[in-house]
Design a protein around this ligand. Sequence first.
Ligand code: UD1
Ligand code: BG6
Length: 697
Amino acid sequence: MCGIFGYCSFLQEKDRKTVCDILVNGLARQEYRGYDSAGIGIDGDKPGEMYFFKEVGKVAGLRKKIAESDVDTSKTFISQVSIAHTRWATHGPPSVVNCHPLKSDPDAHFIVVHNGIVTNAVALRLVLQKRGYKFESETDTEAAAILTKYIYDSQTGKKPTFTELVKQVLHELEGSFAFVFKSSHYPNEVVTARRGSPLLIGVKTEKKLKVDFVDVEFAGPESDAKSNSALAPPTSPSGLLAPPSNPGMLRSQSRAFMSEDGLPQPIEFFIASDAAAIIEHTKRVLYLEDDDIAHISGGELHIHRLRRNEEGGAPQAQHRTIETLEIELAEIMKGKFDHFMQKEIYEQPESVVNTMRGRVNFDQARITLGGLRAYLNIIRRGRRIVFCACGTSYHSAIATRAIFEELTEIPVSVELASDFLDRKTPIFRDDVCVFVSQSGETADTILALRYCLERGALCVGVVNTVGSTISRETHCGVHINAGPEIGVASTKAYTSQYIALLMVALQLSEDRISLTERRNQIIQGLHALPGQIKRVLDGDKGFQELATGVLANQRSLLLMGRGYQYATCLEGALKIKEISYMHSEGILAGELKHGPLALIDENMPVIIVMTQDSLYPKVQSAYAQITARKAAPIIICNEEDEGIPKGCQTIRVPSTVDCLQGLLNIIPLQLLSYHLAVKNGFDVDFPRNLAKSVTTE
Ligand code: UD1
Ligand code: BG6
């Protein structure tokens, strides 16, 4: 949801075409996050001048617009700063005027790109309008751009540094966001900051960096300017209209960027919301923390804090590590596949192995999750386990709830993060709260996590993205190691989350001798799983035929099952509605008589999941009820099941242990939804109105 990209080059001759290509490619790599317009802001021909290119729709359209423009693309820059953005409309529809970067004024003294939401934008807009400032867009972002100019213009005497200025702006903003600021007053400088929305900075140098961290420069007490509101009446002596006091920075050097001979060295910085946009340039990255303000200028990167190190608060890290990314560009490229979603579905035989790698010892039937080792006893002593998640991640928790209860004998509840917060659910110190999230950046899940942290519960993350907010803010957790997932419709993350949760349950129960046989059976099942997933994928042609045949022109599709397969139905229905825009509902077969049966007749398409587990007879009864009402369901059943009535349309899958069967059953549904979307010509990887990473409530 929204993507930020910034590019700063220092003492490296770059022509404008190269700069534009780097920006547009940076946006293209983040397309999967979801957006509806895209824009860039670059240096113009004259000092202080800026050029903008903005387009509604795809990044490809923006690229075309730039190529067709008559700006001099051969103009070169020794040092430059440029910023870019993909916008997912929240305040005002997708349009060129609402597209980022947003300007503070027609002369673009300050320009801003922004992810997230400024919740007090309406109040800021009113105050600034009263003071004569004109707005041209409907966005909350423009309020931040204009506020920056207002604060700058209001300062008499010595003007603040760019960092001090942005710090004053951020003190006025409420909400959760990531920002990048560029200004004609501060040529070749950029300031970027985050609160609640991810940001990372890639660093590329020819020489090796001297050290692999950047010191954090903590502000002194007097720069904690919340009380010195910029919006205080202009006459207020303490307002920012008064000359700025010395902010009392404790300056220390940005040691990582010093060259050995003391001379400035050529360097490039890449700012992005996602590592996928940086990886093709450099693997050396630094993740910003909430309330970090990074200032890039003269080839140096300095990290400041918005607030001073609070007395009595938890000690804050004194530096930010420059980490080495482990993902490869190939992992985020489509390769031989037509779409990322298709590639990710086909990756599952490997991604499930990566989730288990180094954690499952098949010979000794033992599970070792390094990230949980120190916390196992606390979890076992917990009064209950509360799962919190959204979308597909929520379904993975539903899918594993029963095995958790069976193996741990601890009561388990599964919560949609938004509803959990709406209800202000009681949470206690002896609760164990598990936050499941592919991205680790979903706003509702993060808010639920912070709510539980405040109440003293043990917070465990099950996350795909290393370095994400949830991964960092939880006490402990498990990375699912599924590799980057780009398609908005989550597929391989689901199967990996499912396995990661199952491994947690298995490890928690390792002290229960009575469950040894059950555990061994499941671990053997896990061993066979990758090969079985491959077998299901081999049947893809048949799923394509269903999508282009019996299901081709349907408006609605019901999926029903019970027990472990309820989650399969919910997740299958979500996939179908997300990308093929067909109405689809996952129904618990046990609830059929209490309502859904009214929908059934010969015209209602149904898929029933009837793989063989202890609930098989009950699902057979559901099958009888719907066929008695003339439905002709497609049956997902086991390969060797001979009890299926002749003449029925079937999807055959290999048999496995009951609690693993959902991992195989979901794959035909993922592929079915994919083929339905392709058949209808829909944009599989970027479905309308949806975003991969939902960073606003
Ligand atoms: C870790 C290393 C892995 C290495 C292995 C070798 C990382 C990210 N993983 O894997 O590269 O091969 O040791 O022993 O460096 N965590 C949270 N919240 C979450 C997810 C994880 O706090 O949502 C914490 C864990 O508690 C742990 C750390 O992050 O302290 C790494 O977790 P994970 O990658 O799952 O650990 P390992 O599998 O041991
Ligand atoms: C969005 C995505 O809605 O967020 C879904 O489109 C995803 O695919 C959901 O399941 C939750 O995201 P995450 O990253 O917290 O698992």
